[in-house]
Design a protein around this ligand. Structure first.
Ligand SMILES: [Zn+2]
Length: 175
């Protein structure tokens, strides 16, 4: 890229970043980097997302022109009461107990014209990995995506262990 071209974008930080990224992604360049443009979903996460999608949680959806906000009962809770939701939205808690209760609700935001993987959740897993079972699970429920068949092989309620899934044992070959 020529310097002059680069400078002409100097007023717009975003465009520079894009240009920069396209240089990094150019595989012919010695310094090319592998870019993850979307969070990767492990089989473990697909499994917990599928199980989450199958759970009977009552989710409240508040939709606007550009986004849908889903209020999700956290942990083992099945529903969010209207009173708790109102308090949550105002983020005003009169007692410590009510404040603690605000962590019983996760808030998931999906933009209408954006890919489901770009949704945002406020649960701790999402803060760490930029993806969580709420994003993937909600997308399974909404049929934006499908979990692989392998994700469905663990009985509901059981967790998949880390690592490679065990292969089916071969049947006896010789008697
Ligand atoms: Zn989440």
């Amino acid at each position: 890229m020529e310097v002059a071209q680069y400078e002409s974008y100097a007023s717009d930080g975003e465009i520079i970043q894009e240009q920069r990224a396209s240089i990094d992604r150019d595989s012919s360049s010695v310094n090319s980097k592998q870019f993850a443009t979307e969070p990767t979903i492990t089989l473990q996460l697909w499994t917990s997302s599928y199980q989450w999608a199958k759970s009977n949680k009552n989710i409240i959806c508040i939709s606007s022109d550009s986004t849908k906000i889903y209020y999700i009962p956290a942990h083992h809770l099945q529903s969010v009461s209207q009173a708790d939701l109102n308090r949550y939205k105002k983020q005003k808690f009169t007692t410590f107990n009510l404040f603690k209760k605000s962590f019983d609700i996760w808030c998931l935001e999906m933009e209408n014209d954006s890919h489901w993987k770009r949704s945002k959740c406020n649960c701790p897993a999402f803060m760490k990995n930029f993806i969580c079972k709420h994003v993937a699970g909600m997308s399974i429920r909404l049929k934006y995506c499908k979990p692989s068949a392998a994700a469905k092989t663990i009985p509901i309620g059981e967790k998949r262990k880390r690592g490679r899934p065990s292969k089916a044992r071969p049947a006896l070959l010789v008697q």
